[in-house]
Write a protein that binds this ligand. Structure first.
Ligand code: NAD
Length: 313
């Protein structure tokens, strides 16, 4: 697939990021959106983002900003955008009906080798791709926001997806510097969100039970577990904390089961606890948009430095 045409279907937050990641890997990208102005805005925003990345030394790939920009073209005409595309990455809003409609449309225009991939965070590949003529070529490639700095991509097949589709998508993701993982079958929430939800729900219960403040529970992650998790997963962490994983289970299994037995029910995710956490996370009550923007920018800077460090190790 190297250096062939990629089509990005939807030029919002995630579509723009995918376009930048593919262009950084030297691929030609057609960025399509149903809203013409959105395409123009996306191209301007991508240039600005790339120039900022260049200034801070964080531009990905070996090509210059101009070279990468020259690989990306915008379109609001579906047929033109689909022409010669070997890989289509769909990035429209998270609605099953909308995605089903779009995939049936794409299905009519592609040949038997084009891969049709969805960025969905949690919609079922079975529901999205059922009945399509090219179902063998369909897959979910779920990125993590922001994909430019966080390389994980979860690949989730439909039961009828060809092994070759999975393998080609895997290789393509590797080629553009992302870190793909393959799910053998779909499961609600895929894997990243299942792990994330386990953590969020226990954080909620700890705050609800007044064991710890919202700010401190976040510090447990950022200054404790997260330090390891940027490099090792929970399983290898356990493996290294004993003489191998089996030894970890022998040593700590009973204790872990005892603690897990004290976990409360699934939180409601509304009411007083939500208010308490929300209140704790604002520095002040005014200019909330400004605070979010500044914190997101800071997060992206931290993530880009971490990504650089990980690449150097
Ligand atoms: P967004 O709202 O920023 O962008 C969606 C884009 O799709 C818009 O530009 C819109 O004009 C366009 N669009 C709408 N209908 C269309 C149509 N019929 N044809 C062509 N274009 C159309 O959304 P986003 O945050 O980029 O999310 C896109 C997908 O990525 C969703 O499935 C989402 O779940 C997934 N995702 C998002 C995140 C995240 O953090 N935002 C992370 C991972 C995956």
């Amino acid at each position: 697939l190297q250096k062939e045409n990629i089509m990005i279907f939807g030029s919002g937050l995630i579509g723009r990021s995918w376009a930048m990641v593919f262009a950084s890997g030297g691929f030609r990208v057609k960025l399509y959106d149903i809203v013409k102005e959105q395409v123009t805005a996306a191209l301007e925003d991508i240039r600005k983002q790339m120039e900022d990345l260049k200034k801070s030394g964080m531009l990905r790939g070996t090509l210059s900003v101009n070279e990468q920009m020259s690989l990306i073209s915008g379109s609001s005409d579906l047929k033109t955008a689909l022409e010669d595309a070997v890989f289509i990455q769909e990035c429209v809003p998270e609605s099953l009906e909308l995605k089903q409609k779009i995939f049936s449309e794409i299905d009519l225009h592609v040949n038997d080798t084009t891969i049709i991939s969805s960025s969905t965070s949690c919609l079922s590949p079975t529901k999205m791709f059922n009945g399509l003529k090219h179902v063998k070529n369909c897959i979910v490639a779920h990125p993590v926001n922001p994909p430019y700095y966080v390389p994980l991509v979860e690949l989730v097949p439909h039961p009828e997806t060809d092994v070759a589709t999975v393998e080609k998508t895997y290789t393509l993701m590797k080629n553009i510097g992302q870190s793909p993982v393959k799910l053998m079958k779909e499961t609600d929430g895929f894997v990243l969100n299942r792990l994330q939800y386990a953590v969020i729900s226990e954080a909620w219960r700890l705050v609800e039970d007044e064991v710890i403040s919202p700010r401190d529970v976040d510090i447990v992650m950022s200054e404790g577990l997260g330090m390891r998790y940027a490099f090792l997963g929970p399983l290898e962490t356990a493996h290294l904390n004993a003489e191998g994983f089996k030894s970890y289970c022998e040593r700590y299994g009973e204790g872990i089961k005892r603690v897990l037995g004290t976990f409360g029910p699934v939180p409601e995710f509304s009411g007083k606890v939500a208010e308490k956490i929300d209140e704790a996370l604002w520095d002040q009550q005014n200019d909330k948009n400004g605070q979010l923007e500044a914190r997101r920018e800071w997060r992206n800077t931290c993530l880009s430095h971490l990504a650089k460090l990980k690449n150097e190790m």
